[in-house]
Ligand binder design. Sequence first.
Ligand code: CUA
Length: 163
Amino acid sequence: MSEIKTSMNLDPYERNWIIISIVLAVIFAIIIAVAGFAYGIQVPSPEQRVDPRTVALEGPWADPGLRELAPGKYDAYILAQTWSFVPREMTVPVGAEVTFYITSKDVQHGLKLQDTNLNVQVVPGQVSKLTITFDEPGDYDYICTEYCGAAHAVMFGTLHVEE
Ligand code: CUA
């Protein structure tokens, strides 16, 4: 038979772990706030909605690729489709700040740009947007990260960053 407790007697171990849990939650909240507000770390989020049936026919994804807005500042429109990225290759100078706008005209894909924090889902009807500054020259491959059918594994491209 177990006793029915009439008052809340916490075991010291239990109390200590409750305190540690609360302190950890507060520390995590502070880290998220500092990352978001002080360092400006962005979470990829849907930028805008588009119609996947017409997105490849009109607007910027009808002619995907780089747009130079100002010296060293680019927009990169990438269209994902089964099973390729358009364009497959792009070239920017070192130091370029590139804002990527990525969408799909058919099924769900993903895009990860190697050696950067660009790693987004590419959902038909939505635009994924992220800005990256390229301080190191080199070839940055982008690959599809969501299984999208038979030729998923050959869905990739390369961004060249040149001196
Ligand atoms: Cu596109 Cu996997």
